[in-house]
Design a protein around this ligand. Sequence first.
Ligand SMILES: *Cc1c(COP(=O)(O)O)cnc(C)c1O
Length: 368
Amino acid sequence: MRINVTRSSMPSFEEYCEQIRDLWDSRWLTNNGSKVQALQSQLSDYLHAPQVELFTNGHMALEALLAAMNLKGEVITTPFTFASTTHAIVRKGLTPVFADIRADDYTIDADQVESLITDKTCAILPVHVYGRLCDVKKLDEISRRYNIPVIYDAAHAFGVSKNGVAAAQFGLASMFSFHATKVYHTIEGGAIATGSAELAQKLALERNYGITGPEDVITVGGNAKMNEFQAAMGLCNLRHIAQDIADRKAVHAAYMAQLSGLESVVLPKSQAGVESNYAYFPVVFESREVRDAVCAALLEEGVYARKYFYPLITDFECYRGMPGFDSSRTPVAQRISDGVVTLPMYPGLAEEDIALISSVIRRVVRHG
Ligand SMILES: *Cc1c(COP(=O)(O)O)cnc(C)c1O
């Protein structure tokens, strides 16, 4: 038996076949087809975002966003994230500047963000880690005070809201990932949600070579279009998202019941007013040794947990020796990264699997 850290949600085979059937008549497979257009409109409603631009994946969406904003200089961000966030900044010729994270929810420390602002700062790129929201209020105040745009890596925040305000409504723009491992997916896919029609137009150019007409190419864009089969999967999965998130919430509650009361084990805390999507179940142990012992013991039982996010971006081999990439400057991120493991989390994860995983953790923590 093998329990993976995630399992992709899928519609029934019949539901997907029904959704793609008319593609055999139209033969319109990509380039802003009817399914991409339908998905764009439905996601605009779901995310409460006036503009949603779809992409072939979240990473290319993020790169397109940085390009469309025509940024130059430093981008303040977090080292406690997936490779994509920093890679996008670096690949677009910008300089990442790393702020530490908060010890309670692992999102960027807004006070540190403010202290890192210089005359070179052109944007702030925080991450809504594990489906929990950043301190959006404070980041918004900083954005206004210094006139620096905040753009969110919201790859983990699909369907998350705070006091009724959806994640996509914070900041100038938010990137969502629809990768197969995410709460909501289009196999591979992604989007930028924004309130700015002008930015949306530029994003569309970045996505399709800067082409505006049969004989007109006005910017040096790339190719990052979502195709019709991706959009069809998205249209199906969107019908089941409420149930999927409810099922995740039940898994979350079961873990909490099984693991609460264990000394020196930090379980995810809920945030006041935030309706989470329960994207991940991160558990933080007191040291890297204990964390690694837990992972090894789980593996023996066929449980594939993940050290997400370990190592920190600032410890990646590709960035070794680069100025500014120094994990000792973000000690909280370093400590959380050393102690964290994300447990298997997906709709329908069986009660007995949750019980097994929890008993392995209890055994290792109590007896080493
Ligand atoms: C998944 C993810 C991305 C990249 O999204 P893709 O769709 O896989 O390209 C970016 N940032 C974070 C935090 C992610 O988890």
